[in-house]
Design a binder for this molecule. Structure first.
Ligand code: GLN
Length: 191
């Protein structure tokens, strides 16, 4: 099993470090050819408008959509969640549009740019996950096929639709690997 991390912009290095800690073979994905070498893909946090434009420029948007249609698992954190969404409130920015969700960017307001909070992440209920939020989006609407995995004060911050996973927060910035392990379980089919 080899996991790709989209490495166009943003905190891809932290995701690669988390995967290394889990002894998972991981590789940077920068062009269409790289995608053929991986069984799953992580889209990191960063600037969703920049990542979206670069994906389109390199044809990665179409290539990722094609792999998703064949069932490739994808995990998006923060900007990655925005790029997975079908609908982005008030924005026409390029996106993959794979998940039946509406997201609101920078949903916690400019005055609280970043913060941390303990969360119940439903797949790993034994102990709270430390959510690191950085200019984070929330999910403001979900379609019927979408499961809500975590909420913060009533706001949806983690969702899953089949083999697509998205979190508004950044587990790659903590030393807790359980969210990544949950994603890996979607690839192998076992937890
Ligand atoms: N606010 C950023 C965006 O809209 C996302 C921030 C992040 O990924 N940490 O792209």
């Amino acid at each position: 099993m080899r996991v790709g991390v989209l490495a166009l912009q943003g905190d891809f290095a932290e995701h690669l470090a988390t995967l290394a800690r889990l002894n998972v073979e991981a590789t940077e994905v920068r062009k269409v050819g790289d995608l053929a070498q991986v069984d799953a893909l992580i889209i990191p946090g960063g600037e969703s408008t920049t990542i979206g434009k670069l994906m389109a420029r390199y044809g990665l948007d179409e290539a990722i959509r094609a792999r998703a249609a064949q069932g490739m698992p994808i995990y998006g954190t923060c900007a990655g969640m925005i790029l997975l969404a079908k609908h982005i409130e008030g924005s026409e920015q390029p996106r993959l549009g794979l998940m039946d969700i509406t997201v609101r960017r920078n949903a916690f307001g400019r005055q609280i740019e970043s913060f941390e909070a303990d969360l119940l992440f439903r797949p790993t209920p034994e102990r709270a996950v430390r959510g690191v939020f950085i200019r984070a989006p929330i999910v403001s609407q979900v379609g019927d096929e979408v499961d809500t995995l975590s909420e913060l004060e009533g706001k949806i911050v983690a969702v899953q639709q089949g083999k697509l996973l998205a979190t508004a927060f950044h587990p790659e910035l903590t030393d807790d690997t359980r969210v990544h392990q949950y994603f890996l379980s979607l690839i192998s089919g076992t937890l």
